[in-house]
Design a protein around this ligand. Structure first.
Ligand SMILES: *[C@@H]1O[C@H](CO)[C@@H](O)[C@H](O)[C@H]1NC(C)=O
Ligand SMILES: *[C@@H]1O[C@H](CO)[C@@H](O)[C@H](O)[C@H]1NC(C)=O
Ligand SMILES: *[C@@H]1O[C@H](CO)[C@@H](O)[C@H](O)[C@H]1NC(C)=O
Ligand SMILES: *[C@@H]1O[C@H](CO)[C@@H](O)[C@H](O)[C@H]1NC(C)=O
Ligand SMILES: *[C@@H]1O[C@H](CO)[C@@H](O)[C@H](O)[C@H]1NC(C)=O
Length: 357
């Protein structure tokens, strides 16, 4: 028993010593950064509707119809939200403007291309999905071609960051095709493996860092909680699908960062959307969210969805205050929801690695 105080003081000494070292270290880091910290000048974006800011130009897509965009920019912009999406908040963090959408590049003056480019298309995945949009492999080829054609100048690409969003459309399609539960682990593994191939390719095109989102708690999306009247997350989805995907992704990215060719620069960063969504859903009031599971915009019956109009009659309802709801529609956060996620990402220092060498 006597050795307990000894242990305590021992721990104290270690803390004390290492504390000094930490303080010393911080001073060094600050000095180091003062000379070498380069600002990020561009953001390149790949993936799905969590990241798309307007690539899909078809009025058949909900995001091109009211009430999408009602909070920002005030009319439908192609974003799957009442306002901003993940891309906009990551751009804010990097202090660059949200980059132009790939499909409108030809209509834009050169200065609109200086913040990078967004190649993400809502509904897509790394493989084939229900949506006909270009999969991530094709999106990366658009990026490659834009560099070749000098639409993008390569000189600044090494000061740029890429954001890769994979929110689960591959799995929705797997379910749609009646893929078996037994086959799911192997399918998850192939999705992660394809993701890794994709991010290596993006890195090799010259960007400094690649941010890869992990899967949000899919079982808490309104599309899954509708069966419990938006009361309870589907823990089976969270535990089977999401946990396995995220474990494999983190393992694979950790391994990738350790490759000698990256000179311990850790160019790949997993963005923990799972933690940030969960933190908000568990403590909504901390983030000024009152309505955490019920979506703000819903179809008036199961045949209808947010944004649907039949013979000029709106077949949806919108909540009174989108700013206090986390979810906008059956699969996407509101502007306020993404803001809350962004707040959590900042609190946890999730993106501090971006400026590391
Ligand atoms: C979208 O497509 C329509 C018709 O094809 C065209 O008139 C419009 O300019 C396009 N909008 C954008 C932003 O590209
Ligand atoms: C992506 O789409 C292209 C064009 O449809 C297709 O040829 C390719 O096989 C797809 N890639 C993957 C990984 O599914
Ligand atoms: C999946 O199974 C359901 C019910 O058995 C069936 O109605 C549907 O056509 C199947 N879908 C596909 C893509 O095979
Ligand atoms: C994914 O890659 C890992 C590591 O290379 C490999 O062991 C695994 O079999 C791959 N998964 C699939 C489904 O091909
Ligand atoms: C939860 O999800 C699993 C598969 O992901 C599904 O089989 C089950 O029916 C869902 N449960 C509810 C209550 O919707």
């Amino acid at each position: 028993m006597d050795f307990f105080p000894f242990l305590l003081s021992f721990i104290f000494i270690i803390l004390h010593l290492s504390g000094q070292r930490v303080v010393q270290g911080e001073v060094d880091i600050q000095r180091h950064h003062h000379h070498h910290k380069e600002p990020i000048t561009k953001l390149f974006v790949f993936g799905d509707s969590y990241a798309d800011t307007g690539n899909i130009n078809s009025s058949l897509v909900p995001s091109r119809n009211e009430p999408y965009g009602v909070t920002f920019p005030g009319k439908p912009s192609g974003r799957f939200s009442d306002g901003r999406v993940l891309t906009d908040y990551i751009a804010k963090y990097l202090k660059v403007k949200s980059p132009a959408s790939y499909t409108v590049r030809k209509h834009l003056a050169p200065h609109h291309l200086k913040n990078g480019m967004n190649f993400a298309f809502g509904g897509t995945g790394v493989f084939e999905t229900l949506n006909q949009g270009p999969n991530m492999t094709t999106q990366i080829s658009f990026f490659e071609k834009a560099i070749e054609d000098k639409v993008l100048t390569t000189s600044n690409i090494r000061k740029s960051v890429a954001l890769v969003s994979i929110a689960g459309n591959d799995y929705t399609f797997y379910n749609f095709k009646n893929g078996s539960i037994q086959g799911l682990p192997s399918f998850i593994s192939s999705v992660v493996n394809q993701t890794i191939k994709n991010v290596i390719r993006i890195k090799e095109l010259g960007v400094k860092k690649v941010i890869i989102s992990n899967l949000q708690p899919v079982g808490c999306l309104p599309s899954e909680t509708v069966s419990s009247s938006f009361k309870e997350c589907n823990e089976t989805s969270n535990n089977l699908l999401v946990a396995y995907h995220n474990t494999l992704l983190t393992e694979a990215v950790t391994k990738l960062n350790q490759q000698i060719k990256y000179h311990s620069s850790s160019p790949f960063i997993v963005l923990d959307l799972y933690d940030s969504f969960m933190s908000v859903l568990k403590n909504p009031s901390t983030y000024n969210i009152k309505n955490e599971l019920e979506p703000c915009c819903v179809g008036v019956s199961s045949n209808y969805f947010c944004g649907m109009v039949v013979e000029k009659v709106k077949k949806y309802t919108v909540c009174e205050n989108p700013k206090s709801a986390f979810f906008w529609d059956l699969g996407h956060p509101t502007d306020a929801g993404w803001r809350a996620v962004y707040t959590r990402l900042r609190i946890t220092n999730a993106l501090k690695q971006i400026h590391d060498h």
